[in-house]
Design a protein around this ligand. Structure first.
Ligand code: NAG
Ligand code: NAG
Ligand code: NAG
Length: 432
């Protein structure tokens, strides 16, 4: 069983465990002031940090990530308490502003009329400041705040919540537009996670469109089923707990919109959104026809080509992933080859796909109809799991290691394999 399958089963096991619950009540009895998030609480603020770790705040406490006990927040962000003695934060968010590296990924906390800015768990010089000074037009005593990058909002923005009002702050122009979203519950905290926006209220959350405020789908949902790991609740995100030495990919690709998908057994994971942590999902959640996993995948001309056994499934690059009419087709029909495909890759702006089958690499020109193999070379490696080509060359994945080549040409000409390197937690979110 590979890493991601294990994680899934761990989550399922947690979800299905129906024995005696763990006893958070015991520790709560020992120290009545320590809150238990699995008991169903309302958070004051939620924000990820620059490493993609999500912090949940309640009173003077915080939780770091999706599991683990409450800790005192002044152990991490000491000035929050030392200066203010207020015992809670009103709101927090992580700045998204790539044009300005001095503030991108820094986190902001709001207490009454003050704002605190942290990076690397260190309060920055000049803080705390008056909210008015840093965010003119934004009210004091906020309920919640959340980043909204350009693409999701019209420009890089921050949404500040107070009651049913949302103050949309444009970071570049420092201007505020106020909207009233009466249909949305009053958010006591808000979080952007994997390009979606969530309003937290009570122990529930509601996903909303950050521009229109529209709520689509069945909400509210119980946060304990999604954003934390609680006994007797559904899986709580996070792919931690498995070792990098146990990783085994099935396929990997980057599509034309820059999304990088990694497949392993029944699971896929986005690698380009690592700012929000690494989160495995079942492949069928996104590609419903791929019920038996994926052998190889490559992206070409706004389409993702998913290969399983002798079938090629072509999906348009768009969410949701819609299978192109007439597919799947056989490998022979689509690519003019036969036999099991171990891995496939295409370099940015090229038209030749490189298909790895056992110890051979065959090149196929995707502009030619019918398809013909333009090159067929032996490789010094066997049992390859997955391959990826990006601006810095070709990565060949085999078990928990990878081989790096500067180009497919150099790879095709190599008689000996380069020294393998270990897959790291930064690459795949596993544990070293
Ligand atoms: C982060 O803070 C720690 C301790 O304060 C310091 O040792 C480290 O150099 C800092 N890292 C960066 C990247 O600033
Ligand atoms: C949470 O949502 C459920 C419905 O899913 C609702 O019955 C309950 O009242 C909500 N609780 C809070 C505190 O928002
Ligand atoms: C809302 O969900 C429905 C059904 O999933 C979908 O057809 C529609 O496009 C969605 N609307 C928005 C604004 O996301």
């Amino acid at each position: 069983m590979d890493l991601f399958a294990k994680t899934l089963f761990l989550c399922l096991a947690l979800a299905l465990a129906n024995g005696a619950p763990a006893h958070p009540q015991v520790s709560a009895a020992q120290d009545a002031a320590v809150p238990d998030r699995c008991a169903g609480i309302e958070f004051d603020a939620i924000t990820p940090d620059e490493n993609g770790i999500t912090f949940f705040f309640k009173g003077p406490h915080l939780w770091k990530g999706y599991h683990g006990p409450a800790q005192l927040s002044n152990e991490f962000f000491k000035e929050l308490d030392d200066i203010h003695h207020i015992g809670h934060v009103d709101a927090a968010f992580r700045m998204h502003n790539k044009e300005n590296p001095d503030i991108h990924d820094h986190i902001y906390f709001f207490l009454d009329d003050k704002v605190f800015r942290y990076y690397n768990q260190t309060l920055e010089e000049g803080y705390p400041k008056e909210i008015q000074e840093e965010f003119p037009g934004v009210p004091t005593h906020l309920d919640a705040a959340v980043e909204c990058p350009s693409g999701e909002c019209t420009t890089d923005s921050v949404l500040f919540f107070k009651g049913h009002d949302v103050h949309v702050y444009d970071i570049a122009t420092k201007t505020v537009k106020t909207k009233t979203w009466s249909h949305l519950p009053v958010c006591t905290s808000a979080l952007r996670w994997l390009e979606s926006h969530y309003c937290f209220h009570g122990h529930n959350f509601t996903r909303f469109n950050p521009v229109s405020g529209d709520v689509n789908g069945t909400y509210p949902k119980d946060a304990r089923n999604y954003f934390m790991r609680c006994p007797n609740f559904g899986h709580g995100g996070g792919s931690k707990g498995s070792k990098c030495s146990e990783v085994k990919l099935s396929a990997i690709t980057t599509d034309d919109t820059g999304k990088t998908y990694m497949f392993a057994g029944p699971i896929y994971m986005r690698l380009d959104t690592h700012r929000d942590g690494f989160h495995p999902f079942s492949i069928t959640r996104a590609w419903k026809e791929m019920t038996n996993g994926v052998d190889a995948v490559f992206s070409y001309n706004n389409k993702n080509y998913l290969i399983k056994d002798d079938q090629v499934y072509i999906y348009k690059v768009a969410v949701p992933h819609v299978l192109v009419e007439g597919y799947p087709k056989t490998l022979k029909e689509e690519l003019g080859i036969e036999g099991r495909v171990d891995a496939a890759f295409l370099c940015p702006s090229e038209h030749t796909v490189h298909i790895i089958q056992g110890q051979r690499m065959v090149d196929i020109d995707l502009t030619a109809t019918p398809r013909v193999v333009t090159r067929d070379v032996p490789l010094p490696l066997s049992d390859i799991d997955a391959a990826h080509c990006g601006p810095d060359g070709v990565y060949i994945f085999k078990g928990s290691q990878y081989y790096h080549y500067e180009s497919p040409m150099i790879m095709a000409m190599s008689k000996i394999a380069p020294v393998p390197q270990d897959i790291t937690s930064e690459m795949m979110g596993c544990e070293d």
